[in-house]
Design a protein around this ligand. Structure first.
Ligand code: MG
Length: 160
């Protein structure tokens, strides 16, 4: 349940051919530390990456656990994609909402994000294709740091 189907450093490292090979017709994207960093700076080349997906008719929806609607909607607007905020990953509610927007069956959807216990677990519970990326920013809080350490520990166990 916690094992990602694939791992990449950044989402912009994922080639559209990868999605084609895996029969992925839509993607659900996390926001914090996946599309933007701690200072809300967008990932380099994210706009051209989004364009390349759109060109291949791969549908896109954002699903962020953030309760800050203005922040999430701003990113979504910039990339011209629909969004779900306060998506409560790993619970199914928000991901189901995103799936409804996408109108694609879960097995053809890749859910991409930087956290094991929200993004990957949520995707796997929904039977979506889970992709784990490396967080864009280092954690700024002690709790965040502990969470990352625990994630690393679990990843190590999974791949041992
Ligand atoms: Mg995140």
């Amino acid at each position: 349940m916690l094992k990602p189907k694939a791992r990449f450093d950044k989402i912009t490292d994922i080639d559209t051919n990868f999605f084609k090979e895996k029969n992925i017709k839509a993607v659900i994207l996390d926001v914090d530390n996946t599309l933007i960093d701690f200072d809300k700076k967008p990932l380099d080349n994210i706009e051209s990456w989004i364009e390349s997906l759109k060109k291949e008719n791969i549908k896109i929806c954002i699903a962020s656990n953030s309760i800050k609607k203005p922040k999430v909607s701003k990113v979504a607007q910039k990339l011209d994609v629909p969004y779900v905020y306060f998506s409560t990953k790993p619970f199914k509610r928000g991901l189901k909402k995103a799936q409804k927007i996408l109108q694609v069956e879960p097995q053809y959807i890749a859910e991409i994000g930087d956290q094991l216990f929200t993004d990957v677990l949520g995707a796997n519970r929904m039977k979506m294709f889970s992709i784990l990326t490396t967080p864009l920013s280092p954690e700024k809080t002690l709790l965040g740091e502990i969470k990352r350490k625990f994630e690393k520990f679990v990843l190590h166990k999974i791949y041992a």
